[in-house]
Design a protein around this ligand. Structure first.
Ligand SMILES: Nc1ncnc2c1ncn2[C@@H]1O[C@H](COP(=O)(O)OP(=O)(O)O)[C@@H](O)[C@H]1O
Ligand SMILES: [Mg+2]
Length: 319
């Protein structure tokens, strides 16, 4: 589909090992012991511009860890992470993030929540504190607010909603604001961690259509974590299954989670994206869902590394 598109996210040879603080044990005399757990070893991942990548995996496989590496709020034990060909060294406006809850500041109005990113980018926190009454600050603030109000319409909200506080909005409206807040910064990649997980069923369906429309319209590069396979396969152009349930030749090689599934969903489901909502009832959809469920989420079904289902053109062959 897209070999000529830019690579936005690149991870190479990633290892993440968490080491706990020393604890005192009395086995064979008193001593301090650290426990360590390796979540990833030798993980490679490339994501291109305009791709809608959904990530699924059992709880504890490392989805949030992967997010924090891309976001730049955590660094790998080994390996490198690049966004737009530059090493990720801290959290920057290159990445936008939407969480299931708490993406918005409760004490700021909707418009100010959306305007906050551009405001801080142009003024910095110190200027916000000390010069917030100056004319330059007021002008930047005013421009950011105008942009925020213009964005409100794009995300299906009314002008009057701009002056409300987050607690006055429904869950779906709040997530629309969170998406506006993230996209106003024109991030290279939009990270979404279960963004619709707290919504009721019909709002969730509305929001799925909404994010697809936004992604298409603005050519967003989205990385979307969900535990709902139907959602992952309905939304994604690519699905990545991260799992600790896999098998190597020797137990000592079998460490951490791997990308056990990397599929081109658009090709598998008939070539169009966004897809009609009726696709979830198609036999090809049910079959794909069953296969991903088995390969990624079923602890009894551990695939050998050589049998991983990697048909996406950007997938790296498992090693
Ligand atoms: N800060 C941390 N310190 C120690 N272990 C951690 C830390 N963060 C995550 N882990 C461990 O790493 C593994 C992956 O966690 P996480 O990335 O949160 O997975 P997921 O989001 O897929 O549930 C889990 O076993 C978790 O206990
Ligand atoms: Mg998590």
């Amino acid at each position: 589909m897209n070999e000529d598109r830019n690579i936005v996210v690149e991870m190479e040879g990633i290892e993440v090992t968490y080491t706990s603080k020393p604890t005192l044990t009395f086995k064979g005399g008193p001593r301090f012991e650290r426990k360590s757990v390796t979540v990833f070893r030798d993980l490679d991942l490339k994501i291109r511009e305009g791709e809608f990548t959904t990530i699924v995996g059992p709880s504890g496989c490392g989805k949030s860890t992967l997010f924090r590496l891309i976001l730049g709020s955590q660094f790998p034990t080994a390996g490198k992470v690049l966004i737009d060909s530059e090493p990720v060294e801290n959290v920057t406006p290159k990445t936008g993030i939407v969480y299931q809850r708490y993406s918005l500041f409760p004490h700021l109005t909707v418009a100010n929540n959306i305007a906050l990113g551009p405001l801080l980018q142009q003024t910095g926190p110190l200027e916000s504190l000390f010069r917030s009454i100056g004319p330059r600050y007021r002008r930047i603030f005013q421009e950011a607010r105008e942009e925020a109000f213009a964005l409100l319409k794009n995300v299906g909200l009314e002008e009057a909603d701009g002056n409300k506080f987050p607690h006055e909005l429904s869950g779906g409206m709040r997530q629309r604001v969170a998406i506006a807040q993230a996209t106003i910064m024109k991030p290279k990649v939009l990270l979404m961690d279960e963004p619709f997980g707290a919504l009721d069923h019909s709002t969730r369906e509305d929001m799925q259509l909404f994010i697809l429309e936004q992604a298409k319209k603005n050519n967003l590069t989205v990385v979307f974590v969900t535990h709902d396979l139907d959602e992952a396969l309905f939304l994604g152009t690519r699905i990545i299954g991260l799992s600790q349930y896999w098998k190597a030749d020797s137990a000592s090689d079998q460490i951490g989670a791997r990308i056990v599934t990397d599929r081109d969903v658009t090709t598998a489901l008939g070539g169009t994206h966004p897809r009609p909502t009726s696709v979830v009832d198609a036999p090809t959809f049910r079959e794909l869902r069953h296969k991903v469920h088995e390969d990624v989420l079923d602890p009894k079904h551990r695939q050998h590394i050589a049998a991983f289902d990697h048909d996406h053109t950007d997938s790296t062959s498992p090693k």
